[in-house]
Design a protein around this ligand. Structure first.
Ligand code: SF4
Length: 157
Protein backbone atom coordinates (compact mmCIF):
# COMPACT_ATOMS: atom_id res chain seq x y z
CA UNK A 1 0.00 0.00 0.00
CA UNK A 2 1.07 3.56 -0.64
CA UNK A 3 -0.06 6.64 1.24
CA UNK A 4 -0.13 10.36 0.52
CA UNK A 5 -0.08 11.97 3.92
CA UNK A 6 -0.02 11.15 7.61
CA UNK A 7 -0.99 13.68 10.28
CA UNK A 8 -0.15 12.60 13.83
CA UNK A 9 -2.38 15.37 15.24
CA UNK A 10 -5.57 16.21 13.37
CA UNK A 11 -8.81 17.81 14.57
CA UNK A 12 -10.69 17.93 11.25
CA UNK A 13 -11.33 14.34 10.20
CA UNK A 14 -13.67 12.88 12.80
CA UNK A 15 -14.46 13.50 16.45
CA UNK A 16 -11.77 14.71 18.80
CA UNK A 17 -8.03 14.88 18.28
CA UNK A 18 -6.92 12.11 15.96
CA UNK A 19 -4.16 10.55 13.88
CA UNK A 20 -5.12 10.60 10.19
CA UNK A 21 -3.74 8.58 7.29
CA UNK A 22 -4.54 9.40 3.66
CA UNK A 23 -3.83 6.33 1.53
CA UNK A 24 -3.21 6.10 -2.22
CA UNK A 25 -5.52 4.37 -4.68
CA UNK A 26 -9.09 5.17 -5.65
CA UNK A 27 -11.14 3.90 -8.59
CA UNK A 28 -14.27 6.01 -8.12
CA UNK A 29 -13.25 9.06 -10.19
CA UNK A 30 -15.85 11.33 -8.60
CA UNK A 31 -16.45 14.53 -10.54
CA UNK A 32 -15.13 17.39 -8.41
CA UNK A 33 -12.88 15.11 -6.32
CA UNK A 34 -10.77 17.22 -3.99
CA UNK A 35 -7.95 14.68 -3.96
CA UNK A 36 -7.29 13.45 -7.50
CA UNK A 37 -3.58 13.12 -6.86
CA UNK A 38 -4.35 10.08 -4.68
CA UNK A 39 -6.13 8.07 -7.39
CA UNK A 40 -3.13 6.06 -8.61
CA UNK A 41 -2.14 3.19 -6.35
CA UNK A 42 1.54 3.84 -7.05
CA UNK A 43 1.35 7.54 -6.14
CA UNK A 44 2.67 8.87 -2.85
CA UNK A 45 5.01 6.91 -0.62
CA UNK A 46 5.31 3.30 0.45
CA UNK A 47 3.46 2.53 3.69
CA UNK A 48 6.15 0.88 5.79
CA UNK A 49 6.24 -1.15 8.99
CA UNK A 50 8.06 1.83 10.53
CA UNK A 51 5.13 4.13 9.78
CA UNK A 52 2.67 1.54 11.07
CA UNK A 53 4.67 1.38 14.33
CA UNK A 54 4.73 5.18 14.45
CA UNK A 55 0.94 5.38 14.14
CA UNK A 56 0.51 2.93 17.03
CA UNK A 57 2.99 4.93 19.12
CA UNK A 58 1.27 8.23 18.27
CA UNK A 59 -2.13 6.85 19.23
CA UNK A 60 -0.72 5.73 22.58
CA UNK A 61 1.23 8.94 23.21
CA UNK A 62 -0.29 10.44 26.36
CA UNK A 63 1.21 13.93 25.84
CA UNK A 64 -1.57 14.73 23.37
CA UNK A 65 -4.51 12.42 24.02
CA UNK A 66 -5.86 11.00 20.76
CA UNK A 67 -9.38 9.79 20.41
CA UNK A 68 -8.51 7.48 17.53
CA UNK A 69 -7.36 6.87 13.96
CA UNK A 70 -8.97 8.21 10.79
CA UNK A 71 -8.41 6.40 7.48
CA UNK A 72 -9.11 8.35 4.31
CA UNK A 73 -7.59 8.81 0.88
CA UNK A 74 -7.83 7.78 -1.82
CA UNK A 75 -9.85 4.85 -0.66
CA UNK A 76 -8.74 2.62 2.22
CA UNK A 77 -11.02 -0.11 0.84
CA UNK A 78 -9.44 -0.11 -2.64
CA UNK A 79 -8.49 -3.73 -3.36
CA UNK A 80 -4.79 -2.82 -3.39
CA UNK A 81 -5.06 -1.55 0.20
CA UNK A 82 -7.09 -4.28 1.87
CA UNK A 83 -4.23 -6.35 3.26
CA UNK A 84 -2.36 -3.43 4.82
CA UNK A 85 -5.51 -1.75 6.15
CA UNK A 86 -6.68 -5.02 7.70
CA UNK A 87 -3.32 -5.40 9.46
CA UNK A 88 -3.41 -1.79 10.67
CA UNK A 89 -6.94 -1.87 12.09
CA UNK A 90 -6.22 -5.19 13.82
CA UNK A 91 -3.14 -3.70 15.48
CA UNK A 92 -5.00 -0.57 16.59
CA UNK A 93 -7.74 -2.69 18.16
CA UNK A 94 -5.22 -4.92 19.92
CA UNK A 95 -2.59 -2.39 20.96
CA UNK A 96 -4.44 0.91 21.44
CA UNK A 97 -7.01 0.75 24.22
CA UNK A 98 -10.07 2.99 23.95
CA UNK A 99 -9.17 4.34 20.49
CA UNK A 100 -11.79 4.43 17.78
CA UNK A 101 -11.31 4.04 14.02
CA UNK A 102 -13.12 6.10 11.39
CA UNK A 103 -12.93 5.09 7.73
CA UNK A 104 -14.00 6.97 4.59
CA UNK A 105 -14.71 4.97 1.43
CA UNK A 106 -16.20 5.72 -1.98
CA UNK A 107 -17.94 2.32 -2.01
CA UNK A 108 -21.43 2.15 -0.56
CA UNK A 109 -21.85 -0.01 2.51
CA UNK A 110 -24.29 -2.23 0.65
CA UNK A 111 -21.82 -2.89 -2.18
CA UNK A 112 -18.91 -4.03 -0.02
CA UNK A 113 -17.24 -7.38 -0.73
CA UNK A 114 -16.84 -9.92 2.10
CA UNK A 115 -13.19 -8.87 2.51
CA UNK A 116 -14.11 -5.20 2.73
CA UNK A 117 -16.91 -6.00 5.20
CA UNK A 118 -14.50 -7.92 7.43
CA UNK A 119 -12.44 -4.73 7.77
CA UNK A 120 -15.48 -2.52 8.31
CA UNK A 121 -16.60 -4.77 11.17
CA UNK A 122 -13.49 -3.70 13.03
CA UNK A 123 -13.96 0.04 12.58
CA UNK A 124 -16.25 2.22 14.65
CA UNK A 125 -17.49 4.75 12.12
CA UNK A 126 -17.86 4.32 8.35
CA UNK A 127 -18.60 7.20 5.96
CA UNK A 128 -19.57 5.69 2.63
CA UNK A 129 -20.31 6.64 -0.96
CA UNK A 130 -18.84 8.65 -3.79
CA UNK A 131 -18.68 12.43 -3.68
CA UNK A 132 -21.59 13.66 -5.82
CA UNK A 133 -21.12 17.24 -6.91
CA UNK A 134 -24.83 17.97 -7.37
CA UNK A 135 -25.37 16.88 -3.77
CA UNK A 136 -22.43 18.86 -2.39
CA UNK A 137 -23.28 20.46 0.94
CA UNK A 138 -20.68 22.46 2.85
CA UNK A 139 -22.81 22.43 5.99
CA UNK A 140 -22.45 18.66 6.42
CA UNK A 141 -20.09 17.37 9.05
CA UNK A 142 -17.42 14.85 7.95
CA UNK A 143 -18.84 14.34 4.44
CA UNK A 144 -18.91 16.33 1.24
CA UNK A 145 -22.26 15.41 -0.29
CA UNK A 146 -25.64 14.43 1.11
CA UNK A 147 -25.71 10.95 -0.49
CA UNK A 148 -22.86 9.89 1.79
CA UNK A 149 -23.96 8.14 4.97
CA UNK A 150 -22.30 8.04 8.39
CA UNK A 151 -22.67 4.57 9.91
CA UNK A 152 -21.96 3.87 13.58
CA UNK A 153 -20.80 0.34 12.87
CA UNK A 154 -21.84 -1.04 16.27
CA UNK A 155 -25.45 -0.27 15.25
CA UNK A 156 -25.08 -2.46 12.15
CA UNK A 157 -24.05 -5.65 13.92
S1 SF4 B 1 -13.97 8.47 -3.44
FE1 SF4 B 1 -12.96 10.30 -2.60
S2 SF4 B 1 -10.82 10.20 -3.35
FE2 SF4 B 1 -12.03 8.78 -4.57
S3 SF4 B 1 -12.61 9.94 -6.41
FE3 SF4 B 1 -14.30 10.10 -4.93
S4 SF4 B 1 -13.89 11.98 -3.77
FE4 SF4 B 1 -11.98 11.39 -4.83
Amino acid sequence: MNYHAYYPVDVVNGEGTRCTLFVSGCEHQCKGCYNQSTWRVDSGHLFTKELEDQIIADLNDTRIKKRGLSLSGGDPLHHANLFAIKELVQRVKLECLDKDIWLWTGYTFKSLSPTQRAIVKQVDVLIDGKFEQDKKDLTLKWRGSSNQIIYWVRDLT
